[in-house]
Structures are given as structure tokens and as C-alpha cells.
Design a binder for this molecule. Structure first.
Ligand code: GBH
Length: 489
């Protein structure tokens, strides 16, 4: 794929925010150091290594617990004004609850935040990127609505300790992925297989957790700390399988609502609550199945109000696209595609990557940004993840090309469609522990050698690309990226 040259001279706005991102379990290591408690990823990788492609864990990962100063230097070398990372809940609260605050956790994150600030980098801090404390999983994890209480209490400790210095908060990373893969198909920790029930319960609890943390900040901290609180939701861009078939057009819009609307509609829509189409389809399927109530939990009026408007920006992670066809059914199954009455597929013409779920479909970026603009009255969208997986080569032309093509579509969305995109974040700053894919799939702008105990970081070609992008606010020409032709590392 190569971009048609039109629009390559477009510029990102002056105040546009570039960033790169990581997450605690994926980079920190030090899993049992200085009072940190066990989380669900520690438990899963230790007890079920067979669930991970290369049987690895994040026990050491990038060793960022010890090497954070180096990491922040990498971020600084990119020239990005921001760096997004997440806090390990169990490093701060080993039991998940506030009965015991681990001093070393507070010390560590203060050190990371201070180092960012000393380097003129604004920290963008995610409170929760999937590494739930195991003791809270023992209560059912996000299947238990009471976890929202624990999340609010944790958020209170976080705002209190770091809120003087952190002005950009993300409550949750990708509730869709955690609920669908952790409580639906069981591909991720905590390995619950209960699609159609536990995933919807998980989503319900995560939405409440988010709103509680947002409202707490609003009430108790906003006035003095003056920060912004958002959430990072995620989605593929969905396309009708047959663009000329109205049924498929409707089905793709319906499934966009099931995946993205599930989390965005309660927070960003005018009316709040789950998307009407999602309620309608799940209610109908539940009824047909002889249930006395819908498998999709319901919010009461107070909860709907608490959720509505509970974000200062729309954090959005996106990587790829899917095709959707209408599939009317009377199935007694409860998977989300059955509930939504769709069949999801990919297009044979889409460029593949090393990850079976990831195809390069740049136009999806512009299309999904426009969907958000239309559905939610053009909110301020901060793209908090976007990136490309490979096996970890230094001359990563696939990644450079992906960024070029996807960023061009972001520019088109801004300039031609007036989408209010305020920032863009490359996933990831450096290679790290890619969940189910272990160390076999790499997303980094910097390479990490996981065979070397020192975990040395070295630049990839994409880091040079990103540097130029950030400096010039336009998409650099490949010929401007210095890289030896004969590099085959
Ligand atoms: C994000 O998830 C995460 O926030 C981040 O931690 C992660 O490292 C990054 O993206 C790259 O994956 O088809 O069963 O193999 C992206 C969301 C991840 C959701 C992969 C779909 C497919 C799993 N997607 N997942 S499967």
C-alpha cells in the first residue's frame, strides 16, 4: 500500500498533541518486588503458561521498574510533549483495597512522574490497563458490581498522591477488550468463558467504575488540581460487507454500536445509557431464550445521569477494520455476534500483519473518526493508541508505512471532515509483553532485546519517522528518514 500523494502537504494543528504509550504489566516487570501484590496477569501467566503463545510472562518484561529513566529519555528523544503509561493497581494497593498503601508503589510512580516533568514531558496516566489485583478477582473481578467501590477508592488514593502533578487521566483502558476477551471468549486474564453474560456484566461494572472515578475527581479534586479525566475506548472500524446491501449497511452500523457504542453511548451520547439498538437486540434474544430478564444489565436513572458526560475527552484506540454482514438468526447462542445478528469477516485484499487480528486498512481510521463525530456530536478525540505489529526488526518499513497511511487519514479527518481530533499516540514506545502473544509480536518504536538481562533498547527506523513527524507536523518523506539500506537486523 502506498498513499496517493494528495494531502501529503497537510499539517497537524499547532496545538496537536503527539505521544507514545506503554502499560504497567507490559513493561514494568518487578512483579513481586517491594511489596507489590499479585495481579490477574501474574496469576494467569504463572499458572497457565500454555495460554501464552511463547509461554512467557511479564515477570521481567522491559524491566522498566528499574529502567524508567531510560524509557523517558527515549520518549524525550522523539520530541513528543507527552507520554502515556499506566499504574499497577497492585503495586499501589497490594490487596486491591485501601487498607494498606504500599509506600514503594507511591515512591515509584512519583519518581516516574517527576522524571517526565523534569524532561518537559506531560504524563498521561491510565489508572487501569487490565492488571486487576488478584484478591479482587477472587471476589469475581468485574463480574461483581462492587468492584466499582474498590475502583473509586483506588482512584482516590491515586488523585490524592499524584494529582498535583498529573493533569491528564485515563480511568480505564479498553473496557471492550478486557470484557470481551477476559470474560467472554476467555483469551485473556482472568480466562472467564461466559460470553453473553459475564462480558456484559463486566462492561456494566467497568462503566460504573469509570463514572465513579470521574465524579469523584469532579467533586473532590478538579477545583484544586485542574486536570482532565477521560477514558480510552477501542474499536475496529466496521464496514458493510456489501456496500450496496442496506441490510449489511445497517448491520455494520449496529455492530459498531455493539462494540464502540457499548462504552461510548452511555458516556458521550445526548441520551446516555446503552445504545438503543444494543438493548433491543439483546433484550429480544434473551426473551426468545425464555429468560425473564435481559442478559444486558440495566442502569437506573441515577446511573444513567452519573455516566452521561463523564469524560473531558474521548480517548480512542484503534488498529484495524472488519467487514460486517447481516445474519438474521433465531440462535439460542449468546455470543455478541449472535446477539447482534451479524457475521464478521475480513477482506482478502487487506494487507496482513504478523498478528492474525491485525490488517492494514488505513481508510478505516477516517471512517471511524467520522462515525464518532456523527454519533456523539464531534467530541474532542485523543487517539490514545494506534500501531503495527511485526517480529521486531530494526528497519521496520511495515510500521513506517502503516503510520504514514493511518496518520494521513487522521489529517484528512481533521482538515476535510472537521473531526475534532486533538492528539495522537503511537502504541508503543518500545517492544513489550504483548499479552497472549508474549514477546512474539512487537509494536515498539524502539527495539528491546528480551534475551539480554539488561534489556537494551535500540532505535528502529519508525522512531526516526516519528521524530520527524513530531518536529515538522507533517508526514515525512521516506527519503528524509536516515537509515542504512543494508540494515537487516
Ligand atoms: C491494545 O489492544 C491494548 O490496549 C494494548 O495493551 C496492546 O498491547 C495493543 O493494543 C496491541 O495489541 O483475535 O483473539 O487474537 C488492542 C485490542 C487486541 C483487540 C487483540 C483484539 C484480538 C485477539 N485488540 N485482540 S485475538
Amino acid at each position: 500500500l502506498t498513499p496517493d500523494d494528495s494531502d501529503l502537504d497537510l499539517l497537524f494543528p499547532d496545538n496537536f498533541m503527539f505521544s507514545s504509550a506503554t502499560a504497567s504489566y507490559q513493561i514494568e516487570g518487578a512483579w513481586n518486588v517491594s511489596g507489590k501484590g499479585e495481579n490477574i496477569w501474574d496469576r494467569t501467566t504463572h499458572e497457565h503458561p500454555e495460554k501464552i503463545l511463547d509461554h512467557s510472562s511479564g515477570d521481567v518484561a522491559c524491566d522498566s521498574y528499574h529502567k524508567y529513566k531510560e524509557d523517558i529519555k527515549l520518549a524525550k528523544s522523539l520530541g513528543t510533549p507527552m507520554y502515556r503509561f499506566s499504574l499497577s493497581w497492585s503495586r499501589i494497593l497490594p490487596s486491591g483495597a485501601v487498607d494498606r498503601i504500599n509506600d514503594d508503589g507511591i515512591r515509584y510512580y512519583n519518581a516516574v512522574i517527576d522524571e517526565c516533568i523534569a524532561n518537559n514531558i506531560t504524563p498521561v496516566v491510565t489508572l487501569f490497563h487490565w492488571d486487576l489485583p488478584q484478591p479482587l478477582q477472587d471476589l469475581g473481578g468485574f463480574s461483581n458490581e462492587l468492584i466499582a467501590d474498590y475502583f473509586e477508592d483506588y482512584a482516590d488514593v491515586v488523585y490524592k498522591n499524584f494529582g498535583e502533578k498529573v493533569k491528564w487521566w485515563i480511568t480505564l483502558n479498553e473496557p471492550y477488550t478486557l470484557c470481551q476477551e477476559g470474560y467472554g471468549n476467555g483469551a485473556k486474564a482472568p480466562l472467564v468463558v461466559a460470553e453473553g453474560r459475564a462480558n456484559y456484566l463486566c462492561g456494566h461494572t467497568m462503566l460504573k467504575s469509570h463514572a465513579r472515578a470521574y465524579r469523584l475527581y469532579e467533586k473532590k479534586y478538579k477545583k484544586s488540581q485542574q486536570g482532565k479525566v477521560g477514558i480510552s475506548v477501542n474499536s475496529y472500524c466496521f464496514w458493510p460487507k456489501d456496500q450496496n446491501n442496506v441490510k449489511d449497511v445497517e448491520a455494520s452500523d449496529r455492530f459498531q454500536n455493539f462494540v464502540l457504542g457499548w462504552y461510548a453511548h452511555p458516556i458521550f451520547s445526548q441520551d446516555g445509557d446503552y445504545p438503543p439498538v444494543m438493548k433491543e437486540f439483546i433484550n429480544r434474544a434473551s426473551e426468545r431464550q425464555g429468560l425473564r430478564r435481559s442478559r444486558l444489565p440495566t442502569f437506573n436513572a441515577t446511573e444513567i445521569d452519573m455516566l452521561k458526560g463523564s469524560a473531558d475527552f474521548f480517548g480512542f484506540n484503534t488498529y484495524s477494520s472488519r467487514l460486517v454482514a447481516d445474519a438474521p438468526n433465531e440462535a439460542d447462542g449468546t455470543t455478541m455476534v449472535e446477539d447482534a445478528q451479524v457475521v464478521v469477516s475480513t477482506d482478502a485484499s487487506w494487507e496482513k500483519t504478523i498478528a492474525p487480528w491485525h490488517f492494514v486498512v488505513p481508510k478505516g481510521m477516517r471512517r471511524v473518526l467520522n462515525w464518532i463525530k456523527r454519533e456523539y456530536n464531534n467530541p474532542q478525540v485523543f487517539i490514545t493508541e494506534n500501531g503495527y505489529p511485526d517480529a521486531g526488526v530494526h528497519k521496520d518499513v511495515g510500521r513506517v508505512n502503516y503510520y504514514k497511511l493511518y496518520l494521513l487519514e487522521v489529517l484528512r479527518a481533521i482538515h476535510h471532515d472537521n473531526c475534532a481530533v486533538i492528539g495522537y499516540t503511537a502504541w508503543s514506545l518500545m517492544d513489550n509483553y504483548e499479552w497472549f502473544y508474549g514477546y512474539a509480536n512487537r509494536f515498539g518504536l524502539f527495539h528491546v532485546d528480551f534475551k539480554n538481562p539488561d534489556r537494551p533498547r535500540t532505535p528502529k527506523m519508525s522512531s526516526e519517522f516519528y521524530k520527524r513527524l513530531v518536529a515538522t507536523k507533517k508526514i515525512p518523506d521516506e527519503s528524509d528518514i536516515p537509515w542504512p539500506d543494508d540494515d537487516d537486523t
